[in-house]
Write a protein that binds this ligand. Sequence first.
Ligand code: SAM
Length: 535
Amino acid sequence: MSEFLNKSSAKHYSLALLCGGESKRLGSDKGLYKPTGDETLVRRALRLFSSHFSEILLVVRDEDQFKLYEQEIQPANWTDVRIVSDAQTGGDLPRSALTAVYAALAQANTERIIALPIDQVGVSLSHLLRLTEHSGSTLSSAFISDEGIEPFPGIFSKLQTESIRAAISARQLGVQHFHQETGSCLIPAEELANSLAVNCNTPEEMTAFFGTPLADTFDRRLHYLRFSLTEACNLSCTYCLPDGFPEWLRHKSTLNLDAIKNVLTAFRALGFRKVRFTGGEPTVHKKCIDAVRIARDLGFESIALTTNGLLIKNLKDWRSAGLSLLNVSLDSLDDEEFFKLTKNRGAKTVAKLVDDACASGLEVKTNAVLLRSINGNEKTITDMIDWAIARPMTLRFIELMNTGLNSSFAKQERVLGSEIEPFLIQRGFSLNHPDKNKISVAGPSTDYFSAQHLGKVGLINPMSCNFCDRCNRLRITAKGALKMCLFGNQDIPLDMSSPESIALAIRASIGKKPERHNLESGDSGNVSTFRTIGG
Ligand code: SAM
């Protein structure tokens, strides 16, 4: 499956995070500043970027700063993160951003690096991937926008190390000037231009970008919005919407783009950093891709889509709109089983979308729900595992959950995660990540890894284990209500007329977020089917 890895070209680069800049107005070292109170900028950058590059270099000024960063991230625990200092390579040189680039080039294990100042917080993975994808045969690359050449993020080559040293010695320190003089490949920033320029030097500027964090009464920090755009769906899944979506309901259960924009703006102001669009089927909403664009322009770090994939024709458009994570629902690779589950014959189309998405460098997850009488058999389970683990993606088996309309059916049909685990063990999977030092983002999935395979497999077992203590989510329904808990009873209607009215109502209602739901004892709250909230 090297076809997938070769296309993921960022793996050939070191990412140099330039941490040496000083800012007295922040009252702390920039990279160690915690804009949302719980995470330093340097840890945020590792969370966002570390798995996509060959290595990460934290470029610091000197020995003192080296020690501070060492305490913060304990690099000995990381295989692919190193702290390097300007002083090691260019002690005799005047200090500048270009000196930091020089230090990174001199110490990188790759031929080319991408340099990014730690405080350029609007830069997302999309920016960095666009640079690697469009950098031509020239040695260095940078973005160009209406403002002119943007010095960072920029690609630099080891072959330039000595010419950079010469430029620094001659006090030609401007990185913009360097790009111009050396004929860097200039890549139009286009729709990524606004976020490219975000640069925060004061606490106020940080708050304007990151928002004011929201926590509930159980001290859970909330930063993940699951946003249902429409209840309408193009499939008729046996366990969700067996009779298909009634057309007459569509206009009552679909949000317009103004409301969508107001919701997204409000959640950004509340410090939310991840949004997942769901439904119904979110791509049935004609403006779904515009919603993704709006989320990108507002600075959401992670923009995900949960979809059956059948209406996604041009993945490139979705990627350039800002989509970072694609969750595709595919319950069986077998056409007959897929038809029995969905009344559609698109299994192969969906599987092809997964392949295309993997090849495009998107983070991909495939979700499968098993029904004992249709696809909960050994052949389907092992076929799906073998298909998934040959691809750079995560397959997640989700236990069929009770909802108001399906509870006796669900009890009869549910296949437990514990029944799937033996097939993973057989294939050498275990709960140990091959790289013990990766930041693990606690979520509802129990993930299984194997050093032999590209893909990993997760089991989401809501019926057999509760993960409410880690809940970081709020939900908005396609009818414009705030839902505190997936299986809660309250849908709080929101005044969608402005971001301020939405944010105010959320703050006022946050005390109502319950400590936990009681799905294990059969209480699915007011969820009649997942079509109303998307999971
Ligand atoms: N239409 C989109 C899709 O197919 O992914 C988004 C909405 S769909 C309701 C989201 C996910 O919920 C799908 O993966 C679906 O299989 C899952 N789902 C629906 N009902 C479920 C249930 N009762 N238990 C577990 N998962 C369910």
